[in-house]
Design a binder for this molecule. Sequence first.
Ligand code: PLP
Length: 552
Amino acid sequence: MDETYALSAMALATLATLAVALPAARRRLELSIAKHPSLTGHARMARRVAALLPGYAYDADRFFNSDQAPAEAVSRRRAALQRLSTLFSQRHARSLALTRQAAAGLSDLQFTSAYRVPFQFSPYLRQHLQVASFVQQVDGVIVTDLDGNPFYDLTGSYGVNVFGHEFYKRVMAEGAERARGHGVLLGAYHPAVAFNVERLRAISGLDEVSFHMSGTEAVMQAVRLARYHTRKTHLVRFCGAYHGWWEDVQPGPGNPVKPRDTYTLKEMDADTLRVLRTRSDIACVLVNPLQGLHPNSAAPGDSTLVDSSRRAGFDRAAYTAWLQQLREVCTARGIVLIFDEVFLGFRLAQGGAQAYFGVAADMVTYGKTLGGGLPVGVVCGKRTLMKRYREDRPADICFARGTFNAHPQVMCAMQVFLEQLETPAVQAIYAGLDARWNARAAQFNQQLLAADVPVQVANIGSVWTVSYTQPARYNWMLQFYLRAHGLALSWVGTGRLVFSLDYSDGDFKEVAHRFVAACREMQADGWWWFDPRRTNRTIRRGILRELLAQRF
Ligand SMILES: Cc1ncc(COP(=O)(O)O)c(C=O)c1O
């Protein structure tokens, strides 16, 4: 043991000596230091660990007492699951029947159903509590399932729904009308394209625009162009940030291809700035401003809610200062600063994250809501970065095409969307937006405190995340109680509630009321039974022991 220790001390000392003597070794060391210490910061390692993680499932006993709760709490939990199961199967009979039928041939549905909760609990839960995935009708903030049950929509349609369903119904209808004469003519443009280009140039403050079919494609294109023009290889993304599902921006678990040409670094950290200042292989830095809510953490899905360590909180001043520092270092080093506003664009401010934080990017990607309800991805960038060929090297091009890019129907819906942004009605929504949603979140937290339930929320505008204030293993059950109380969440559960901006005070009051009622019921059913000796760390240690027992 002592010998091993002496050897590693010697290796470190050697590395430090080398680092002083050799600039390349120093830069390598700085890069290692700029990686987040967690697995999220080590994509290669995370992939290896993910491959080793053994699958196992709790049986009926363990499902209810994985935290060694007293028999009395366990029996309340059992009765509660039985009650919810009966409620769901009776209340949502038709919606569930179609869900089961479709799931057999719909891989996406199988995946989302399996990953609603931590994997140990998932098989038993799926047997006893199924969630229907079909909806008959959408009106305002209410979605109605096939059995006629109304839910308040807190899904935000993955971020697309900024201004409310009725708004998008109008925009899509008007867009379809304007595009009617063009059928499916692709290649030559609908006049709406010229309008959109001008408006997007004005909104982004950038010179040129390109249209794509999804946010993933837009980010792919922005990064490709940054590499082409800088002639450098690497992109820097920040720990936990989502930028779509293509290889280079998802270098860890979830991607069968090994990470390459991507550095995943700590966000809001001086070590990262040092790396940007000293390395010469970095083409671009990708920022997803949504991470301001939970820097360095992945999207907070309930399938990873194994304890209560999930934390979030948005510090606008600190995040602004961070973006300013990034801007400075990128300018100084000729690194392309890309804001990925696919999620947040148009939600925080009309001018997007650039306007909200007062920091200008070299390229911006938009998507989601900008299509006025239809699928889209957009890149806006400086002229020098957007050009796809070189006059003096005709074969040296940066290829990017797409059959459906600038589809007339999408372009017309986008045109209507962009026109709507200028109307007094939408301007009135943007006025005082932050203050309104921060006040709502603060009031919500007061109500949760008053109800004495171990739940709080944090928000960046109308995007909210739920955290849990006392160590527990069953926090993920809350998504089912919320459903029982008529609140619809996306499959990631309580990690992300996305409100549309048309929520009136009355709607909001009703959501808060139902949310608190759901928490109270869950508490009464024993899922938050609390043992003062239990901490998040002891919970995680227990899970680690289970994992090791499975492997050996
Ligand atoms: C910041 C960000 N970038 C890119 C994407 C990918 O967009 P799409 O799902 O349209 O491919 C998303 C999707 O959630 C996103 O949030």
